[in-house]
Design a protein around this ligand. Structure first.
Ligand code: CP
Ligand code: NVA
Length: 344
């Protein structure tokens, strides 16, 4: 009888885009576009191979989610696998069992883990202890699958615009994202949170400049700032921080914001609403700040009206709904890379 060899190689994870090069991220975007085209626009539409048949991904979520959960469950299903949602009320984690023990047990039975956690140290523990690939579905420091979807959305928008493609005709796959993204300027107006931090470690290395306005006292982690500035130096992009929304917006192509009160910060709501006064994204703010005439708006959602008014949010400038849909195609691309192809 021949011996069984156990493959003890460390699994690949997707914890932050900071761990990957621009080429690797844009390859993931290109693959996401292929999935979108094959699923929505090709004939016949049905995919015949089921590369994740017999495999399971656990969704270990300690916080609420609409987009990330639906995107992941549908992505795993698309590849023929089974997605098992394990919310905070479902399992022993945090009540009767530690994260370390939970990770060892769950990862011994599944083929991948998508985890939404509190502190970033929790996702790092998961990645260290897991026997299978772990994807960060949001931590207090980073949100990598969101910013991958944002790169795809920006690429699609500018590809269509530059190539003068009619609305409803899909064609984001003829130009490399590097060409569409390089040289753009993104203005952030809002909290110094996980979304801004993921933008900072992803956009400058793709050649996108970032100017961020956050209220006094709201600052990003120094290691994140260091990564952003080092990446910007290499690509010629710029990274600027200010407390003035108008200053951040000057000459920008895209204005991005997020909630002023992230999950877990509910007790600070009153204080935050007061301190973010003047930060609501409106057409008037964009005009006062001197955004480019054809500026567009992005938001990871869910959205509250205090951070962006309805006039902008539901306008033709707003990319928020394609951005939400692209969570599915980009998560599909990451799951395919980690669970089917063996790495990014
Ligand atoms: N943007 C985002 O992560 O949304 P959900 O919290 O609904 O997953
Ligand atoms: N900053 C938000 C993002 C939600 C997708 C939060 O952490 O709650």
């Amino acid at each position: 009888m021949s011996a069984i060899t156990i493959n003890a190689q460390k699994p690949n994870h997707f914890i932050t885009t900071a761990d990957y090069t621009a080429e690797q991220l844009l390859d993931l975007v290109n693959r996401a576009i292929q999935f979108k085209v094959e699923s929505k626009y090709s004939h016949p539409k049905a995919r015949t191979d089921r590369p994740l048949a017999g495999k399971t991904m656990a969704l270990l979520f300690s916080k609420r989610s609409t987009r990330t959960r639906v995107a992941t469950e549908t992505a795993v299903g698309y590849l023929g696998g089974n997605a098992m949602f394990l919310g905070g009320q479902d399992i022993q984690l945090g009540v009767n069992e530690s994260l370390l023990d939970t990770t060892r047990v769950v990862s011994s039975m599944v083929d991948g883990i998508m985890a939404r956690v509190g502190g970033h140290d929790e996702i790092e523990t998961l990645a260290k202890e897991s026997a299978v690939p772990v994807i960060n579905a949001l931590s207090d420091k980073y949100h990598p699958t969101q910013i991958l979807a944002d790169l795809m959305t920006i690429h699609e928008y500018y590809h269509h615009k530059k190539n003068n493609v009619a609305k409803g005709v899909y064609s984001a796959h003829t130009q490399h994202p590097r060409e569409t993204l390089n040289g753009l300027k993104v203005a952030w107006v809002g909290d110094a949170n996980n979304i801004l931090q993921e933008i900072l470690v992803a956009f400058p290395k793709c050649g996108i400049s970032v100017s961020a306005a956050c209220p006094p006292g709201y600052v990003c982690d120094q290691d994140v700032i260091d990564i952003a500035q080092a990446d910007a130096k290499k690509t010629g992009a710029s990274v600027v921080f200010t407390t003035s929304p108008e200053e951040a917006i000057k000459d920008c192509d895209i204005i991005v914001t997020d909630t002023w009160v992230s999950m877990g910060q509910e007790e600070e709501k009153k204080k935050r609403l007061a301190e973010f006064k003047g930060y609501q994204v409106t057409n008037d703010l964009a005009k006062r700040g001197g955004a480019k005439a054809d500026w567009v708006f992005m938001h990871c959602l869910p959205r509250k009206p205090e951070e962006v008014d309805d006039e902008v949010f539901y306008s033709d400038r707003s990319l928020v709904f394609p951005e939400a849909e692209n969570r599915k195609w980009t998560i599909l691309s990451v799951v395919d890379a980690l669970m089917v192809r063996g790495g990014i």
